[in-house]
Write a protein that binds this ligand. Sequence first.
Ligand code: NOJ
Length: 721
Amino acid sequence: MEKTALKTLLAEMTIDEKIGQLMQVNTNIFVATKAEITGPLSKMGIEEERLKYIGSTLNFHGAAEMIQVQKEHLEKDPHKIPMLFMMDVIHGFRTIYPIPLGLGCSFDPELVKECSRMAAKEAAAGGVQVTFTPMVDYVRDARWGRVMETCGEDPYLNGVMGAAQVKAFQGDDLADKESLATCVKHFAAYGGAEAGKDYNTVELSERLLRECYLPAYKACIDAGTTMLMPSFNSLNGVPSTINPWLMQQVLRKEWGFSGVVITDYNAVGELIKHGITDNLKDAARMAFENGNDIEMVSTSYAQHLKELIQEGAFNEAQLDESVLRILELKNALGLFEDPYHGASVEKEQQVCLTPEHRAIARKAAEQSAVLLKNEGVLPFDEKVKKITLIGPFADEKAIKGFWACCGKDQDCVTVKEGIAALLPHAEIRVEKGCGNLWDDTDTSGIPAAVEAAKDAEIVVLCLGEPQNYSGEGNSRADLTLPGVQTELAKAVLAANQNAAVLLFNGRPLVLSELEKSAPAILDLWFPGTEGGNAAANLLFGKANPCGKVTMSFPKAVGQCPIYYNHPMTGRPKGNAEEVHHAYASNYIGCGNLPLYPFGHGLSYTTFAYESMTLDKTEMTAEDTITVSITVANTGSCTGKETVQLYLRDLYASAVPPIQKLIAFEKIELAPGEKKTVTFKVCEPMLRFWNGACEFISEPGDFNLFVGYADHPAITERFTLK
Ligand code: NOJ
């Protein structure tokens, strides 16, 4: 449809129709109202009459439901304006790939794109037109359950991965039947929830927000995301949904975002619980004033926007702006020509969970796995005949992770199934040993597990937290393995040291006890549909681990929040090159460093950083320094290494972070092979937000190092003139 035709359509719409475009309800309302007209609607405070005007819906179940609901809607809507169908396609639609925290560990934006394209293809066939992804909340506290949705504690990596998702989901043309519109979320700083408790208040300086929390949202906007969702939390006292600084000043004015803004689920209604107002009319006024185009689930717009316009709080032109944005999105998706965006039941069946998609999910699970520790036991010899699998995840199908959309546990391959398929000759014994809930205290299964371990050539301990211990509303105050799993592991490892631990987790856990006795620890996160096959390939060397930690694993929960890019204190301790002081910034007993830092991750081969050269050691703001890093594979198998380049501003007017990632590249090397990776360093990469909230660089000395957090392999210095 031409833009002029959209404007003509808008001009023909009544005010009720326009307000309808701003409403989003759960799809079950349309299904439920058939049986019971007044029940759900009266609870929502809207009349049935309004249903036909509704502009979008969320949480439906595949193509059949979508097609039926859209068809019935089009029969009733006076201008036949299709509804938008939205869903949380976070790490797959039906074929589930690793949780974002895991996938981020791949440090591979091309892999992220491949997974996102697969998800877009399945989801579009299943009736989805908009996905509430990417989630790029910057995080530092593993107690928060939603860390599983992010790529961790680095603003740059978060931005790169978020932008990759936007580009892949949206493709070159939204009208393409395999493209979805994206909605970046949760703007802003939801990950700063105090003490890692979900929905909790966030108090952050503007400088820190701009330095660490905001860049990834901006990267997604620059990548072209068509939608954005404000966060549930209050930011410096004002809920994001109605925060004028955030929503008007930064988003619309500074960044020029012209896409559609949708509130989070019931966030306008929750302004009452937040203690901002005692009535929905006020809530509607504040939400609309702050640029929220679509109201998700609560119905303050439906109930009060017309009245607010009649009273002069807004004029109809403001309403028209929001409606036009939504109509433009529908038009960009081609919905006026095909309201189903290519979805069909047959197509959904054809494209979902195909062998090709399973292969992508398997590759992603393999490349997301992080080998945290290995004393040479892994990989196991595939000629092994007697294997014992121990632990609550040994034969567990619930390994998709939270936010798994239409994925089903029954589609998942367990560790046992994966190993049995890879090694049909092997005898596999399974002993669960114990449960994985926080209050599981039953140790009665441990003796049998120990006996089974003694009897085996190799032991694989499959441990972790249940998949619903992370994700929305799932914060934890204790980050150790839930229940008696550590006790189980200790007993089993005392019986047989030819053993490896496989971890299933939605967040970094405190593994200090386990680390003492486990010869090898391989973290699979929640690996998704193909988890068991990926686990088997990794354990027996068919795949070589190459993931790197993107969120620090604390030694103790009291270290949280813990992150690699922290500012220097005046009395530092714990980092090799710092001067120690009698009264240092330090935790008695466990120190400052995490158990596994950002960027750490082993391989079955070894890599040597042979050289790092800078083509100049002095630069002006106009120059570029070329950094060349030569890496050699010094081991005996092919492997992938992520070359990570870190910067440290030695002295600046705002306390600089001890290190920050500024570039990375993942390379593959055969045994004995060497490669030289080059990075360009230019002045914008040296900028920071100073005390006056200006984004500047300052002349002076900088260190560049290659390696990983707190572990420089080679360091070089240069000067900005
Ligand atoms: C609430 C969550 O915070 C958000 O991430 C999600 O997109 C919406 N619910 C819709 O499911």
